[in-house]
Write a protein that binds this ligand. Structure first.
Ligand SMILES: Cc1cc2nc3c(=O)[nH]c(=O)nc-3n(C[C@H](O)[C@H](O)[C@H](O)COP(=O)(O)O)c2cc1C
Length: 336
């Protein structure tokens, strides 16, 4: 199962993909992710408008290192007239795949029809995809939700539109925009898209939190690949776990010591990339993901959140009595 997976001309090492996560899948996150060889890692979503006006912060979100290939960029916007230029910038930066975001539920994004707002104008999704595809040689894909709300499920219709426009893959998050991140993802919608697809690859997304749920996603939907989102937070090794399960290998035991080591390594990646103030904020956010996977660490979480400097964070980690701490196997969710 650890076999190459092709999205158009892009060769990926496998079919376990790590999703774009705004505010999370930054360079330190991707450094940690790449240690476990997911099929691809994505940068955080960037806005087409900001990219074409060469906004430096937007470019920084697309920072990557040679060892991170295959790497994808995700564009968000609703204007066909700038989609081609934005796609060309991404291609020139050396990305392997361009994904078009049609799933972001945030009001600020949907108010101009972008993100999941695009679900209300499926023909425009086709138009934007066509103009990107005509502008670049690298494969273009799209990520959608099942629909805007339960009364307007249109993932199958959009799968057909994306396929006709020439998109190489479509990732379907089995929730509606109305659901946000609440409730369960309905994988039946992903299955329906797979059944409706002819050539376009269908990527299943939503509620893949461990190897077992990834196997269920493949079995239930028949999808070609899985896209792991919140399941990557505080367990960068999830691709390795899923790939082992797919090839029938036994699960690796992940101990508290492994988790602690990974937490330190992640903090180290942050410190190497961000100045002190931003590092502190990022360490609080990232620390929370890892600590949520443990029981008996409430006090440590409070201490991390109250720390005024990064060295204070490390002092608390060093002083903490790690003996007697256990892993929890409850699925954890991001604070949204
Ligand atoms: C903090 C956060 C940031 C996200 N940012 C993006 C993003 O930039 N682009 C995108 O397509 N989806 C984004 N998503 C959605 C996820 O990729 C995914 O579709 C969703 O979380 C469902 O998968 P899950 O149930 O496995 O988490 C984000 C989700 C979260 C929780």
């Amino acid at each position: 199962m650890n076999e190459p997976f092709f999205i158009g001309t892009a060769q990926l090492p496998n079919k376990v993909l790590y999703a774009p996560l705004a505010g999370c899948s930054d360079l330190p996150f991707r450094r940690m992710s790449c240690r476990y060889r997911p099929g691809i890692v994505y940068c955080e979503m960037v806005k087409m408008d900001a990219l074409i006006r060469h906004d430096p912060n937007t470019y920084r979100m697309l920072d990557y290192e040679v060892g991170m290939h295959p790497i994808g960029a995700q564009l968000c916007g609703s204007k066909p007239q700038i989609a081609a230029s934005a796609a060309r910038i991404v291609e020139d930066l050396g990305f392997d795949v361009i994904d078009f975001n049609c799933g972001c539920p945030v009001d600020k994004v949907t108010k101009d029809g972008s993100g999941s707002g695009m679900l209300k104008t499926p023909h425009l999704i086709g138009e934007i995809l066509s103009s990107m595809i005509a502008a670049v040689k690298i494969p273009v894909t799209v990520k959608i939700r099942a629909g805007w709300d339960d009364q307007s499920i249109n993932a199958v219709e959009i799968t057909r539109i994306a396929e006709n426009a020439g998109a190489k893959a479509i990732a379907i998050h089995g929730r509606t925009r109305e659901q946000g991140y609440k409730g369960k993802a309905n994988w039946d919608h992903i299955k329906a898209c797979k059944e409706a697809s002819q050539n376009i690859l269908v990527i299943g997304n939503g509620d893949v939190f461990d190897a077992e749920s990834a196997l269920r996603m493949f079995a239930h939907t028949g999808c070609d690949a899985v896209l792991v989102s919140r399941g990557t937070m505080g367990q960068p090794w999830i691709a390795e776990d899923i790939l082992r399960a797919l090839s029938g290998q036994s699960a690796l035991h992940r101990s508290v010591a492994d988790l602690k080591k990974s937490l330190y390594e992640h903090f180290d990646c942050i410190l190497k990339y961000q100045p002190e103030r931003q590092s502190l904020l990022d360490m609080r956010r990232v620390g929370c993901w890892y600590l949520k996977r443990l029981t008996g660490v409430k006090e440590l979480r409070v201490q991390l959140n109250r720390s005024a400097t990064t060295s204070e964070v490390f002092q608390h980690l060093e002083a903490f009595p790690w003996e007697g701490i256990h892993m929890t196997h409850e699925p954890i969710f991001a604070d949204l």
